[in-house]
Unconditional design. Structure first.
Ligand SMILES: *[C@@H]1O[C@H](CO)[C@@H](O)[C@H](O)[C@H]1NC(C)=O
Ligand SMILES: *[C@@H]1O[C@H](CO)[C@@H](O)[C@H](O)[C@H]1NC(C)=O
Ligand SMILES: *[C@@H]1O[C@H](CO)[C@@H](O)[C@H](O)[C@H]1NC(C)=O
Length: 382
């Protein structure tokens, strides 16, 4: 269990099972001695093990060979090592992402003390903005993650009082990356419905509007629960994953249809935050990170980022190692060196190194990757 965490300059405090309200109030009164907690919501790009605690055979889990590079065993992350949630938490001064909610939930004491000190990670691989997205896999949709956060908050309030809980949540970072599974699902839905190309634009517009209105309601709900600082990752260039390339025409190229859909979502998300939510919700601050443009930059000049392989997975089977999931019988890039040179670890997900570069770009990288401020400025804002 990752219970150790770094406190800037003040040495280390032993994590007690129950932290008294005095400690929390003391920490708040004496200024910002430690990084603000991080509450993480979203999909497999941020999941650090929640899915491993879910029952049922259809749940997607990150087992062997996941985690091959760090921590050396599968730790429920969809990566050969750490993921973006970990590297953002590291940038903020923690050792890794806060632990998964489902690991903490059985013990109220552990849940509350962790929530107060580091935050909690609710992300679930396969999940989307909508409950229907990948519902057959019995993952944790965003709406349920928000309920889990609300339950956590109620327990924090019971432990330290609402004033201290609200003060802590107001300076906490809410890191969210979701929508990629909804957007991928739309294409599948369209294919299944045999929709003609002529029907797709209006279908797509209605679908995006629905996604955005639900996302807006979700962010507003989190705000009502005390969240103020939002670090939001937009939709990725999902048509260029190895998984998308092996079903696209021409074979091996990026699937431009789903990229267009993601681009449309990103325009709407940007406008939602800037012209609707920020003006309407007093005290809300946000950083919107551009995963889409960052991936475009990876593909435009791979050597500049240290990549030699941009299209193939490192664990899987068949063409581009993307025609089956990464599992114990898969082919795997044999060396750490090779894995570091791939953008993708499995047919859908970044390698550890691509995750590191992503977190770096979002935390304090070039200004084109975040708007209107970067994650560092967000974390340090009052
Ligand atoms: C978003 O939609 C889901 C159904 O897909 C629903 O359960 C949830 O309550 C909605 N969220 C909000 C905040 O309205
Ligand atoms: C959050 O929990 C509180 C109780 O702590 C409850 O009153 C409220 O209705 C919940 N909000 C949502 C949106 O579930
Ligand atoms: C789409 O077309 C296939 C093949 O023609 C057919 O089997 C399937 O039922 C169709 N789906 C729908 C939703 O109409």
């Amino acid at each position: 269990m990752i219970m150790a965490f770094k406190l800037a300059m003040e040495g280390f405090i032993v994590l007690c099972l129950v932290i008294s309200s005095m400690d929390v109030l003391g920490a708040i009164a004496s200024g910002v001695l430690q990084p603000p907690p991080i509450y993480v919501l979203g999909d497999s790009t941020l999941d650090v093990g929640n899915n491993n605690f879910l029952p049922g055979p259809s749940v997607p889990r990150a087992k062997m060979y996941y985690g091959i590079d760090s921590p050396g065993v599968p730790a429920g992350r969809y990566s050969n090592g750490f993921n973006v949630a970990d590297f953002i938490a590291k940038s903020m001064g923690f050792l890794s992402s806060p632990p998964p909610y489902l690991m903490l939930a059985p013990s109220t004491g552990l849940l509350v003390s962790t929530a107060l000190e580091t935050g909690v990670n609710y992300a679930s691989g396969g999940s989307g903005i909508l409950d229907v997205t990948n519902a057959w896999q019995q993952i944790i949709p965003l709406s349920k993650q928000v309920q889990y956060f609300n339950d956590t908050r109620a327990k924090m309030v019971a432990a330290v009082g609402s004033a201290a809980a609200d003060a802590l949540l107001a300076r906490s970072v809410f890191l969210i990356s979701v929508a990629n599974n909804d957007l991928s699902g739309f294409t599948i839905w369209e294919l299944m419905q045999n929709r003609s190309a002529a029907q797709q634009p209006s279908d797509a517009a209605a679908f995006l509007a629905y996604l955005i209105s639900n996302y807006s309601a979700t962010i507003t709900e989190l705000y009502a629960m005390g969240a103020r600082k939002f670090a939001i990752v937009n939709a990725a260039l999902i048509g260029c994953t190895p998984a998308a390339r092996v079903v696209s025409q021409p074979l091996g190229a990026c699937a431009e249809g789903v990229n267009l859909l993601a681009a449309g979502f990103n325009v709407a998300l940007r406008s939602l935050l800037a012209t609707d939510l920020a003006p309407r919700l007093p005290g809300l601050v946000y950083s919107l990170a551009d995963s889409f443009v960052l991936m475009k930059d990876f593909f435009a000049d791979p050597p500049a980022w240290g990549f030699t392989n941009i299209a193939s997975a490192c664990c899987g089977d068949g063409f581009l190692l993307a025609q089956s999931a990464c599992m114990p019988t898969s082919k795997v890039c044999p060396t750490r060196y090779e894995r570091d040179q791939h953008i993708f670890w499995d047919p859908f997900h970044f390698s550890q190194r691509a995750s590191f570069l992503t977190a770096q770009a979002f935390y304090d990288g070039p200004s084109k990757y975040t708007t209107p401020i970067n994650f560092m400025q967000l974390a340090q804002s009052i």
